[in-house]
Design a protein around this ligand. Structure first.
Ligand code: HEC
Ligand code: HEC
Length: 370
């Protein structure tokens, strides 16, 4: 048990939670943000001309209406710019990623935990670093190198705005590496705006006393928290952090929850294993571990888990409920030997309790009108 054991009943939760405040997380000191830079970041995020086939932007896989995850629910992964190219991971929400701390270790009860880092395996440390990768990933935007990307930017409708933000010589020959870094800087600035982190869910309004939960939602919140029931909050905390940031529903730690292999052979070979955190840290005991996902907007971001194995939230909760009781239903995990068997797998939840947890998860979608 690595976190506080929650003994609270959900009905009293609101009274017990720290007061919510407007979150103010500073950008890294070297990312000086102007409104113009944010506008540029927005445009670059949506510019399909910056891919090898001129058909893919960040927004192609990170759709604003899906909490910046992939709107295409028909496949577990995402299409690349090149026909027939696919990645091997389900596109996560880019919402709320500005709160992910750099990868680091923390001591907890004599245990060393890995916390933070972007990508599901924590291999980069901030949004600036992250934003460069998709441009060069062969399964994504598939450009050859920084110069290739910057050549496309130079020929695009955003070239002048880029020069206004970074200087009239910013796209000159010989400045490609610097310009590529500046593109990532602008995109990261856009990703830090409230468009990505609005905190406008029914849950947020409920905590502010501006919305009421139904009986089912209240029951779901209680089950979500209780260690003897869903125990979800052990990894997906429902409390605001010390600096006043409202709950992000992730402690940014890593775990192997035993997500079964994906049966679709178009995207995953029979013996496909995603090493997760083990690859980033070079520590084989961490094979199959992934960063705990935020559950904000979770109703909008199907399919679920690193390999997109589950199509809907009910299936996810049923998996947590009966993973160890009905192994034949779920199938083998990609890395069976590191699966967490202490905190999930046999929750003994009834159908009605599962419905309640799903109802609670549905209150986490931004854009609620109180
Ligand atoms: C082809 C689909 C695709 C495109 C295009 C794409 N992404 Fe992603 N994005 C993904 C996938 C898949 C992951 C998870 C990959 C991993 O963990 O290795 C991801 C991860 C991320 C993350 C980290 C999320 C987290 O929880 O750690 C951010 C932020 C992000 N992308 C932003 C961007 C930006 C900015 C661009 C454009 C420069 C972009 N993406 C282009 C599919 C895409
Ligand atoms: C021991 C820690 C732990 C507990 C307890 C836990 N989760 Fe998770 N959860 C994770 C991790 C780690 C992932 C990402 C796993 C992956 O992709 O392989 C995850 C992923 C998810 C996802 C999919 C997120 C996405 O974007 O694809 C949902 C939904 C979810 N959890 C809901 C719950 C619910 C509901 C409960 C309680 C019934 C719960 N979790 C309990 C660690 C935990």
């Amino acid at each position: 048990m690595r976190l506080i054991v929650y003994l609270l009943g959900g009905i009293f939760l609101a009274a017990c939670l720290p007061e919510q405040q407007n979150s103010t997380v500073a950008s890294p000191a070297d990312n000086t943000v102007s409104t113009q830079m944010v506008t540029l970041g927005d445009k670059l995020f949506h510019d399909v001309s910056l891919s090898s086939q001129g058909n893919q932007a960040c927004a192609s896989c990170h759709d604003v209406n899906r909490a910046f995850s992939d709107a295409d629910k028909t496949i577990p992964v995402s299409k690349g710019s090149e026909v027939g190219q696919f990645g091997t991971r389900n596109t996560p929400a880019a919402s709320y990623t500005r709160f992910i701390p750099p990868l680091h270790q923390e001591q907890d009860d004599g245990e060393t935990l890995w916390i933070g880092g972007l990508f599901l395996d924590g291999r980069v440390n901030n949004l600036e670093e992250q934003a460069q990768k998709p441009f060069l990933n062969p399964a994504e935007m598939n450009n050859k190198d920084a110069a290739d990307v910057v050549a496309k930017l130079r020929a695009s409708t955003n070239a002048n705005l880029f020069r206004e933000v970074f200087g009239s010589d910013a796209l000159d020959i010989g400045k490609e590496d610097q310009a590529f870094g500046q593109m990532a800087q602008a995109i990261a600035a856009f990703e830090r705006t409230p468009v990505f982190s609005p905190f406008s869910s029914k849950f947020d309004f409920y905590l502010q006393g501006k919305a009421q939960f139904t009986t089912l939602e209240l029951q779901g919140m209680s089950l979500f928290i209780r260690a003897d029931k869903g125990n979800c909050a052990a990894c997906h905390p429902v409390t605001a952090s010390a600096d006043g940031t409202p709950a992000l529903f992730t402690d940014f730690s890593y775990d192997n929850i035993g997500v079964p292999r994906h049966p679709n052979r178009q995207f995953f070979t029979e013996n496909f294993v995603d090493e997760g955190l083990a690859k980033t840290t070079n520590d084989p005991t961490l094979r199959g571990q992934f960063r705990v996902a935020t559950l904000r907007n979770i109703a909008k971001t199907a399919p679920y888990m690193h390999n997109g194995r589950f199509d809907n939230l009910r299936e996810v909760v049923e998996f947590y409920n009966t993973r160890d009781v009905e192994p034949q239903r779920w199938g083998e995990a990609e890395v069976p030997e590191t699966v967490n068997r202490d905190e999930l797998g046999n929750l003994r939840l009834t159908d009605r309790e599962i419905d309640a947890i799903v109802a609670f998860l549905n209150t986490l979608s931004d854009g609620y009108q109180p």
